[in-house]
Ligand binder design. Structure first.
Ligand code: NDP
Ligand code: 2IT
Length: 451
């Protein structure tokens, strides 16, 4: 007789930890999903007997490769590149590429695992993957970045393609890098095909992909607030990060009548008690995207704003908090400060920005808490639309994409509510997202038999 035991969470995680020694971020991400899914599969024998959760925690494959390139001094540099193809049960692998000095296999495995559930929540046919390199583009010239991207793609191209795996951007990979990567893919493969998303408009990009993640986070937040009888207008918000997700989330918040008080980068945060308005945000966009400057410069430019070196913004009193920088940026101390200051909603723009202790605090406190895999899914959803657009050799206009994104985020919200609503009417969005995402992928895996 096959075993049909339901492992408890600790035993399950011990196994994951043993098989993935030293991969803390991966174990953390699995732990968060397993905490909700193990009780769920206790009532669903089909998933239990087929060992679906156990199978999902073993990536289909992890590809790692050497990336050599020559810097501006003529010195040879050697980095490591990866693509983690986690699960393609419901569609080709899909997920971003991250270039940052602190990228490890563990970070990319956690991101690919999360992406699998996120992509399932979008309702579009996309599996989960993630890749990148420990190459840090921050101190590098444009020519060095181009050479690195070309070398990286010279290996990656053989593992991707529109029906196989479709990468996009993430930290350190924006439209400039996607341009270099796509150019090299096209040159080696000899084909123009939608093997990457996040492309510029001139060569098949979507008119809303750049904004989609940040805008989508705010759509999700608005749905959560409305479901609780609240609205965005007139609220105050703190945002962390000052990259693609943070700046577009801030843009949408301002448009919805929210006063945005902070932005940050890895060196510190700025607090502007007067609020960061459209005009100031335009200045930040130029600072970050054209000049590639630091957020500290904001306080030199705008009187009344203060820069706090080496700190995160969680102690600034606000109604809404949007962590949009990186994993584990919001710890238990930050969560306590937010709750003490009466935060009403926390919505995750970054992937796994809250530590496990922080997210447990938010859930226990019963505030509105939108987990990354649901709240930031707008970016990959519009990537999914870019794939469709490329396959059909056509474009959608911005207004149409905006309507589609709004509808997609509402649909993701409603899926989380359906699986996360308690008897008292309160919605545990973490549980809802985990169960709805799991069920979709699990049902496909069951149909394939044992593999
Ligand atoms: P960007 O590279 O555009 O911006 C990243 C921002 O986060 C920068 O302000 C950066 O500051 C800051 N940051 C990076 N690392 C750290 C760190 N260790 N501590 C504090 N701040 C840090 O990336 P994105 O905006 O694209 O991504 C931000 C988050 O959103 C990531 O978690 C990503 O996975 C997630 N995400 C992105 C999507 C997308 O479409 N781009 C989609 C869904 C999620 P600095 O300049 O100092 O490094
Ligand atoms: O984390 C994410 O969802 C992304 N970085 C976007 C991935 C994508 O394929 O658009």
């Amino acid at each position: 007789m096959p075993t049909d035991d339901i492992p408890d969470l600790d035993a399950f995680l011990d196994g994951v930890r043993q098989r993935n020694s030293g991969e803390e971020e991966f174990v953390q991400a699995v732990g968060e999903v397993a905490a909700d899914v193990l009780p769920f599969i206790a009532d669903h024998a089909q998933y239990r007997q087929a060992q679906i959760l156990r199978r999902m925690t073993e990536p289909d494959r992890v590809i790692s490769f050497r990336v050599c390139w020559e810097d501006d001094n003529g010195d040879i540099q050697v980095e490591r590149g990866w693509r983690v193809q986690n699960n393609n049960a419901i569609g080709p692998y899909k997920g971003g590429l991250r270039f940052s000095g602190n990228v490890t296999q563990s970070v990319l495995k956690f991101l690919a695992f999360e992406q699998t559930f996120k992509n399932a929540l979008t309702g579009l046919p996309m599996g989960g993957g993630k890749g990148g390199s420990n190459f840090d583009p921050k101190s590098r010239s444009a020519a060095e970045i181009m050479r690195f991207c070309q070398s990286f793609m010279t290996e990656l191209y053989r593992h991707i393609g529109p029906d196989v795996d479709v990468p996009a951007g993430d930290i350190g990979v924006g439209s400039r890098e996607i341009g270099y990567l796509f150019g090299q893919y096209k040159r080696i493969s000899g084909r123009w095909e939608g093997a990457l998303t996040g492309k510029a408009l001139a060569y098949g990009g979507s008119r809303l992909r750049t904004e989609a993640t940040g805008f989508g986070v705010v759509h999700f937040l608005r749905e959560m607030l409305e479901n609780a009888g609240e609205e965005l207008e007139g609220k105050t918000a703190i945002v962390s990060g000052s990259g693609n997700v943070a700046l577009h989330a801030a843009r949408k918040l301002i448009a919805c009548g929210v006063k945005v008080l902070t932005l940050s980068d890895s060196d510190g945060f700025v607090h502007d008690p007067d609020g960061i308005d459209e005009e100031k945000l335009d200045w930040v966009m130029t600072l970050k995207l054209d000049r590639r400057g630091r957020i500290s410069e904001y306080a030199d430019e705008f009187g009344g704003a203060e820069y706090h070196a080496g700190k995160a913004p969680w102690h600034v009193a606000c109604d809404l908090a949007l962590p949009c920088a990186t994993q584990n940026e919001l710890d238990e101390d930050g969560a306590r400060a937010l709750l003490d200051n009466g935060v009403m909603a926390v919505v995750e723009g970054a992937n796994m920005p809250s530590t496990r202790a922080a997210s447990d605090r938010f859930r226990k406190a019963g505030i509105l808490f939108g987990p990354a895999k649901a709240a930031n899914a707008g970016g990959v959803a519009v990537s999914g639309l870019e794939i469709t657009q490329n396959a059909q050799r056509m474009f959608w206009e911005r207004d149409k994409l905006d309507d589609m994104l709004t509808a997609l985020m509402k649909d993701i919200h409603d899926k989380c509510r359906a699986d996360g609503e308690g008897e008292d009417g309160r919605v545990d969005y973490v549980r809802g997202a985990n169960i709805a995402g799991f069920r979709k992928v699990a049902d496909a895996m069951l149909d394939f038999g044992v593999m």
